[in-house]
Write a protein that binds this ligand. Structure first.
Ligand code: DX5
Ligand code: ZN
Length: 225
């Protein structure tokens, strides 16, 4: 599995968003993480589809959209037309059957479906969704805000999921999101994550290119050992 970085735009300078997107491109990002928050599913509000669509017009980087909202199924068509390449919904936003229907619909419209587990949800919560997803996102902070402290107690969950995926859906990737930096990326890669959302430690670094390449090197050394 390839090691990939997904800089989170939540940590970007919103007054210079176009420059920030170019900065991520030049820094060698593999995709761009777009956190959509509605103030209901999480206690914060971020940005919406119009911004995502404008970002899509100025970059060829895949857009990795993390939906922290109620009823994400309402927004799939507008996300498609806004240029989303991956849509992640949370495992607990509603009942299991509705989440599965949403994941199936995401695939039908030509977007990669992913499901996310909040810190309080066990690995087993994701098992029923495994046939329908290309990626599982393990939150390593409570969703809602950037710049929080990495939760090391999520590492066994990543390991359990990687072992389960190796049997049931080996192509499925594991993404981690929250507090990822040079200090924490190695243990996540060692546990089996290969896609890394990086907010503060990328956009707020003095040299984003160096920050990302250093992190990728650390992750590769642990993931492939
Ligand atoms: C938090 C968001 C994250 C956030 C990560 O709810 O899902 O994507 O931007 O930011 P850092 O890397 O600063 O923890
Ligand atoms: Zn996120």
């Amino acid at each position: 599995m390839k090691i990939k970085t997904s800089p989170s735009l939540l940590a970007a300078d919103f007054l210079h968003l176009a420059d920030e997107v170019k900065k991520a491109e030049n820094a060698g990002a593999d995709m761009l993480h777009c956190d959509v928050m509605d103030g209901v599913y999480v206690p914060n509000i971020s940005f919406g589809f119009d911004i995502i669509s404008k970002i899509n017009r100025i970059t060829d980087l895949p857009l990795d959209v993390h939906m922290m909202t109620c009823c994400p199924e309402k927004y799939l068509d507008v996300l498609k037309s806004s240029g989303a390449d991956i849509i992640t919904v949370h495992s607990d936003y509603t009942d299991k059957d509705t989440v599965i229907d949403t994941l199936k619909r995401i695939r039908e419209i030509g977007i990669k479906p992913a499901v996310s587990l909040k810190p309080g949800r066990p690995a087993e919560d994701a098992f029923d969704f495994v046939p329908y997803v290309d990626m599982i996102l393990v939150m390593t902070v409570e969703p809602g805000f950037g710049g929080q402290k990495f939760m090391a107690d999520m590492l066994p969950k990543i390991k359990t999921l990687r072992e389960y995926l190796d049997i049931h859906n080996p192509e499925c990737e594991i993404q981690v999101d929250g507090g990822i930096s040079k200090d924490t990326i190695g243990v996540c890669a060692e546990a089996g994550a290969n896609v890394f959302v990086v907010g503060t430690a990328s956009f707020r670094a003095d040299d984003m290119g160096k920050a990302l390449s250093d992190m990728v090197e650390i992750a590769k050394a642990e993931y492939y050992k």
